[in-house]
Design a protein around this ligand. Structure first.
Ligand code: SF4
Ligand code: SF4
Length: 222
């Protein structure tokens, strides 16, 4: 899922200050799971902003609405009416959701309320870890299902740097060395041999380094 965290309230206040009718728009999928932008977070943020602006003596009308996903037209359409009733939208979706809303409502400013951080997993309650940087050409099959591109600080493809300490990365002491994990896991899978083959430098054109990407599924185009 996409992991993000809500921006500090002071920053949000500064972003929405110029507007008189604000819709806080939540997203019920990834950002809900990481407690950044689901229905509950919309309600808490709306109350906090109302109180704070009241204290400042600023009149602002704040509405709340949450859709299942801000990155899909089908759901965006559900919010069209409520969006049209406001002069601005504070989206609590990831950056993709914010832009998906913005491109469909040309005359309404759509502002980000969340800092989109990474693609990750919920490791345990309240603890999210980054697992994938969307390189566009997945090589997990070689590395026992552990991504050296995302989880090794140096993105090494042909073995560890030699700097790890007791299984932890020399760059970030609280992070497990990806190569330590890759070797342990490959051993337990009986796939250590996978690691003896030279892996050539990655072609980064399939990643975001080649510019924004598109995925076309001809079989789903109507
Ligand atoms: S190899 Fe690429 S696609 Fe696969 S997990 Fe790593 S970054 Fe993601
Ligand atoms: S210590 Fe491990 S994870 Fe850190 S940079 Fe070296 S090989 Fe990569």
């Amino acid at each position: 899922m996409i992991v993000g965290e809500q921006k500090p309230i002071a920053e949000i206040k500064a972003i929405v200050k110029p507007y008189k009718k604000l819709l806080i728009l939540g997203c019920g999928t990834c950002v809900k799971t990481c407690f950044a932008g689901g229905e509950d977070e919309v309600a808490v943020l709306a109350s906090a902003l109302r109180l704070s602006f009241k204290k400042d003596g600023k009149a602002i009308d704040i509405a709340e609405y949450t859709i299942e996903r801000q990155c899909e037209n089908e759901f965006i359409q559900e919010a069209a009416k409520v969006i049209a009733q406001n002069d601005s939208v504070l989206s609590l979706a990831c950056g993709a959701g914010v832009q998906a809303i913005a491109r469909r409502f040309a005359k309404i400013p759509v502002l980000p309320g969340v800092n989109t951080t990474f693609l990750g997993v919920l490791e345990r309650q309240g603890f999210f870890t980054e697992e994938c940087t969307g390189c566009g050409n997945c090589v997990l099959g070689i590395f026992g299902g552990i991504c050296p591109i995302t989880r090794c600080a140096k993105k090494l493809l042909n073995g560890p740097c030699g700097g790890s300490q007791k299984g932890y990365c020399e760059i970030k002491a609280e992070t497990e060395c990806a190569w330590h994990l890759i070797i342990d896991r490959s051993k337990s899978l009986g796939q250590l041999n996978n690691l003896t083959t030279y892996v050539p430098p990655k072609d980064w054109r399939s990643s975001n380094s080649g510019g924004p990407r598109r995925l076309v599924r001809e079989d789903h185009i109507i």
